[in-house]
Design a protein around this ligand. Structure first.
Ligand SMILES: C[S@@+](CC[C@H](N)C(=O)[O-])C[C@H]1O[C@@H](n2cnc3c(N)ncnc32)[C@H](O)[C@@H]1O
Length: 457
């Protein structure tokens, strides 16, 4: 059997990992392409033809072939997210531990936002999601993906894990989807094999400990830590669980799984903490490790922050922007420079607190700017689940028109309507256009437009 494509020593080390089967693993890498899976947005309910369901995710589906997502308007509408199947298990863990009461969740290593949108799907508007990314250049893709998902209960931050020490005991649930040596992605990204080394695994292990130690104070007593990597190395997985249980007062949480799913349940050597391993060949998905622990230690109070310096809002502007929202009574409206934003009322205090302790890049939904008696609506509002579709004009587009719109081309549509309109495709909003007497101004954001041409069929 040809195995030379793997880095030296990689398979040899994997042989001693729990549940590893060399033959099925190598076979899966050499003979089976990585399956393509999408996860539907439960808040948008688009009519999408899908294949078999991912066993651990009600919204996850395998596709028979990999279509061009770039040329699917529903992708740009946030009707689904393209995510490999194993990762969806994090959503399953959340469903197992989440109670009825509203929770504050931190996704600490969030870009590009696959797991943030996954967590968001299992949350209500009363729950708050803080999606953080340390690397500044990766924040825009995270914010864009969350904009597409459309929920108003989300805040995006750009902070170092250490900064979360300023929020002792603030979060009920923290996800650390840690940067890792990446062996779990070898099938999808064979290039990653060239970067793999034992030395790098050890460096990753050290960084993972640092990240976890930094964020630990921000977790509430009895709060849950979900830890995951896309690595197979026990140094980055079970050893980290042992380190967590030895260093902090944490207990391991066992997650019920179905034996037919092919997931390997493991226990760490010293503290017997439960972990869940995903191997291609055993599951229809890529490599993943996931675990859940609970903090059993008192935390201090994060305190509160009454923001008296909020930018003043004028009544007339407020009335105007309120009319763009489906249930304005549920929202707190505020201004950042000339932009109006809205976040669920229940998150007002959290927002004030976070704004003074972290670097916020996006909060709730940006509604737009008020210009005289008009609102210039923002793209975030178009894709949000709170836009008032009952009063806002909608222009349905066919497939070719939708692609023209997403390319930011000139549109020629026969319509007698005038004013701001949501441009929709199969009932899903893509963005805004202004319908004028003799032309249509395309307001699709420049930086998001499709730059390539569809392949000729
Ligand atoms: C595995 S990826 C996250 C993938 C993301 N959770 C998703 O599902 O789309 C790890 C993330 O950690 C970030 N990262 C890298 N070094 C970090 C550090 N020292 N502290 C915190 N995050 C870090 C990376 O920029 C990357 O976005």
């Amino acid at each position: 059997m040809e195995t030379t494509q793997f880095p030296p020593k990689f398979l040899e080390l994997l042989d001693s990992e729990p549940g590893f089967n060399r033959e099925s693993f190598v076979d899966a890498h050499q003979k089976t392409p990585a399956p393509t899976t999408i996860r539907l947005n439960p808040f948008k309910k688009a009519d999408i033809k899908t294949g078999n369901q991912v066993p651990w995710s009600a919204d996850g589906f395998y596709l028979d072939a990999r279509p061009s997502f770039t040329f699917d308007p529903l992708f740009h509408a946030g009707a689904y997210y393209v995510q490999e199947a194993s990762s969806m298990f994090i959503g399953y863990i959340l469903q197992q531990i989440k109670q009825q009461e509203p929770v504050k969740i931190l996704d600490l290593c969030a870009a590009p936002g696959g797991k943030s949108t996954l967590l968001n799907s299992a949350m209500t508007t009363e729950d708050l999601l803080v999606a953080n990314e340390i690397i500044k250049t990766r924040v825009p893709i995270l914010a864009d993906n969350l904009t597409r998902w459309g929920m108003a209960n989300t805040i995006v931050t750009n902070n170092d894990p250490k900064d979360f020490e300023r929020l002792p005991g603030f979060f009920d649930i923290v996800l650390v989807d840690a940067p890792c040596s990446g062996s779990g992605m070898f099938r999808k990204d064979p290039e990653a094999m060239t970067e793999w080394s034992e030395a790098n695994v050890n460096l990753c292990h050290q960084r993972q400990e640092r990240i976890l130690a930094d964020v630990y104070p921000a977790l509430k007593e009895d709060g849950y830590l979900i830890y995951s990597t896309c690595s197979y190395s026990h140094q980055e997985n079970e050893n980290i669980l042992d380190w967590l249980c030895q260093t902090f007062n944490m207990e391991s949480i066992r997650i019920p799984i179905n034996n037919d799913w092919g997931i390997v349940e493991t226990q760490s050597a010293l503290k017997h903490a439960w972990g869940y391993r995903f191997y291609p060949g055993k599951v229809q998905g890529e490599g993943l490790f996931a675990a859940c622990l609970r903090k059993k230690e008192e935390t201090s109070d994060p305190g509160s922050f009454k923001n008296n310096n909020n930018q003043k809002v004028d009544k007339q502007g407020l009335e105007l922007v309120r009319s763009y929202i489906a249930t304005p009574e549920k929202f707190y409206f505020f201004k950042v420079n000339d932009d109006w934003l809205a976040i669920n009322n229940v998150h007002k205090e959290s927002l004030n607190l976070l704004a003074h302790r972290l670097y916020i890049k996006k909060s709730g939904v940006r509604i737009g700017k008020v210009a005289g008696r008009d609102v210039v609506p923002d793209h975030e509002l178009a894709l949000s689940t709170i836009v008032n579709k009952d009063v806002i004009l909608q222009t349905p587009l066919d497939y070719n028109q939708a692609i023209q719109y997403l390319r930011r081309d000139n549109l020629t549509i026969d319509t007698a309507d005038k004013g701001w309109s949501l441009m929709t495709y199969e009932g899903q909003a893509l963005g805004w256009a202004k319908l004028l007497p003799n032309r249509i101004n395309n307001y699709y954001p420049k930086e998001l437009r499709i730059l390539s041409q569809p392949a000729k069929s």
